[in-house]
Structures are given as structure tokens and as C-alpha cells.
Write a protein that binds this ligand. Structure first.
Ligand SMILES: NC(=O)c1ccc[n+]([C@@H]2O[C@H](COP(=O)([O-])OP(=O)(O)OC[C@H]3O[C@@H](n4cnc5c(N)ncnc54)[C@H](OP(=O)(O)O)[C@@H]3O)[C@@H](O)[C@H]2O)c1
Length: 292
């Protein structure tokens, strides 16, 4: 038995991890994927991946899906309101099904207290980690940095005309490219010696919004400024322009966390687990904006 199951397999990280596993030579029939519906997993099924239908909110579907699984790549859920309950279900089901090793996509953080602007997110990861440790199942925690992939959404469609309008001060972050996390996760799933370890999965470089503005300027040949508004000015402006309040406030929380250095990292395990340098932010932005 050396069976791997990927949860969140219909999402971006899950799909990319499966592609890396296949590229690196694992037989598709050694991989299972948890999906909420067969339709969403049709492309995975076509690759020869075994599809297990299940939902984090449906305990018995998880026990059935995890039966016979040795390594569980447990991708955190995306529904914040019920996420802790969902994660508890997954961990209890893994225990009941006899899973040997859980690789969990947690979050990189420094401030674990309620004073963190992203405490709502961090609390869920730290509770999940506690619960996994208490289960007695071997674990690997991937302390994933803030995805570089959130940047296009944070910057907005007209960034080359408007400049970068975010209240992140002069903070920097080790923005991490999701595909790099996927490849390093595949490497972990394919090798041994990762039990009961925590890996910091962040970029090796910390980048501020002013640098991102100058990278965008270099790529476009236009001057792109970083405007650095106050939080109040940001909220008023983007909500007037039609951004929903909940989304605008979430961007403010992340911006505040960037300003406080919450996603700035000194040491990272990503380069070692990738066997190469993580993708630089300049190259990431080049891929995104020059392919549009
Ligand atoms: N570090 C960061 O900056 C950052 C940024 C964004 C997200 N994240 C976290 O990283 C995770 C993976 O990222 P991603 O980009 O791959 O996200 P994504 O594309 O939104 O994928 C999320 C996956 O979780 C599945 N899922 C959601 N609720 C579920 C439930 N109740 N039961 C079973 N599966 C469920 C989704 O299934 P469906 O296809 O059926 O919806 C999807 O496959 C996210 O879920 C989130 O926790 C981290």
C-alpha cells in the first residue's frame, strides 16, 4: 500500500500537484482525488486518477474516501465560516480510515495572537495543526506564504493605468508562487523522511509594493506608481467603485498584515524541497502580464 489521496483536487493547488506527481513518474492509478462532484473531476478522471466523491462537511463520505490511503495531501478548505469543523471531520475520518501521514497546507505566520490583522485565518490553521498533532497521525505542515497569485486580484484589472492602490505601507512579503508550492508538495509526497516536520514554504525574496510597481513599469514600459492610500481612503474609493465591502475589508486585512511584516520571511525550506530557487516575483509577474 502506497496510495496517495489529494483533497481539494479540483482546485488550483490540487490539480497542479497531481500534474507534478504524474510528470515526476508516479502512476496515475496510485493517486486518488477527493472531489465534490464527478463533473468537476472529469479532467482528472480522464488522466486515470481515481475519483472519490466527498465533502468536508460529510463525515462518512470522507471515511469511505480515505480508506486504504497511506499519504493524505490535505488541502485546507476554502469556506472560512465552517472551515474548522470541516478540517476536524477530515482529520477524524483520516484516523478512522487508518491514514498514516497527513501533509497539511497550513499558513506561514509570525503573530499567532488576536492582534494579527489576519487572525481570522491563522486561528483556523493553528487549530487544525493542534488537532492533527493530537490525532497521533504523522504529519507534515506546509507553512505556505501569501500566494503571489493573489496579487493580480489585489492590484485590479487596470493597474497599468491606475497604479497600485493598496494600503500596505512600506511592508514587504515573501510572496510565494502556488505552482512552486505544488511542485514541492509533490516532491514531499514522492519521498520519505518528512514525518512530523514543519516546512516554511515562502519565497526567498521579500518584495514591497513599490518594487512591484517598478517591476510592472519595467514590463509595460509605462510608469506605474504605488499610491499607498490610508485604509479609510482605500475603503471609500474601492467601495464607491463597486467592490463589495467584505472583499474590500479582506484586502485591507491582508494589506495591514503586509505592512506589519506578517508575511516577511527570513528562512525558507522551499528552495531545498524544490531543488531550485523559487520563482522570482519579477518572473511571476512577467508570466502573468505578458501572457495576457
Ligand atoms: N496562502 C495563500 O495566500 C492562500 C490563498 C488562497 C487560498 N489558500 C488556501 O489554499 C487552499 C488551496 O488553494 P487553491 O488556490 O487551490 O484554492 P481553490 O482553487 O479555491 O481550491 C479549493 C479546493 O477546495 C475544495 N473544497 C472547498 N470546500 C470543500 C468542501 N467542503 N469539501 C471538499 N472540498 C472542498 C474545492 O472544491 P470545489 O472545486 O468543489 O469548490 C477546491 O478543490 C485554499 O482552499 C485555501 O485554504 C491560501
Amino acid at each position: 500500500m502506497n496510495h496517495i489521496l489529494i483533497t481539494g483536487a479540483t482546485g488550483q493547488l490540487g490539480k497542479a500537484t497531481i500534474d507534478f506527481l504524474i510528470q515526476k513518474g508516479i502512476a496515475a492509478n496510485q493517486i486518488s482525488a477527493l472531489a465534490r462532484s464527478a463533473e468537476k473531476a472529469a479532467d482528472l478522471s480522464a488522466k486515470g486518477i481515481k475519483i472519490k466523491i466527498g465533502d468536508y462537511l460529510d463525515y462518512s463520505s470522507l471515511v469511505a474516501a480515505f480508506n486504504g490511503v497511506e499519504k493524505l495531501f490535505f488541502i485546507s478548505g476554502s469556506e472560512l465560516g465552517t472551515r474548522v469543523e470541516q478540517h476536524r471531520n477530515a482529520i477524524n475520518a483520516a484516523k478512522e480510515a487508518g491514514v498514516k501521514h497527513i501533509i497539511y497546507t497550513s499558513g506561514f505566520r509570525k503573530n499567532e495572537t488576536d492582534t494579527s490583522p489576519v487572525a481570522f485565518l491563522i486561528r483556523q490553521h493553528s487549530e487544525t495543526e493542534k488537532f492533527i498533532r493530537a490525532s497521533g497521525i504523522s504529519y507534515t505542515f506546509l507553512l505556505n506564504g501569501l500566494y503571489a497569485d493573489v496579487l493580480p486580484g489585489f492590484l485590479g484589472e487596470n493597474v497599468f493605468e491606475t497604479g497600485i492602490f493598496l494600503p500596505a505601507g512600506n511592508g514587504k512579503a515573501a510572496f510565494t508562487v502556488r505552482l512552486d508550492i505544488a511542485e514541492a508538495a509533490a516532491n514531499i509526497l514522492l519521498t520519505t523522511g518528512h514525518e512530523n516536520k514543519e516546512y516554511v514554504f515562502t519565497n526567498t525574496e521579500n518584495t514591497g509594493l513599490n518594487e512591484i510597481a517598478s517591476f510592472l513599469g519595467e514590463l509595460s514600459g509605462k510608469q506605474v506608481r504605488y499610491l499607498n492610500p490610508s485604509k479609510a481612503e482605500y475603503l471609500e474609493t474601492v467601495m464607491k467603485a463597486g467592490l463589495p465591502q467584505e472583499y474590500a475589508e479582506m484586502i485591507v486585512s491582508f494589506s495591514e498584515a503586509i505592512e506589519q511584516g506578517e508575511f516577511e520571511a527570513e528562512d525558507t525550506d522551499l528552495e531545498r524541497l524544490l531543488g531550485r530557487k523559487p520563482t522570482s516575483i519579477f518572473n511571476y509577474l512577467k508570466q502573468v502580464y505578458l501572457s495576457m
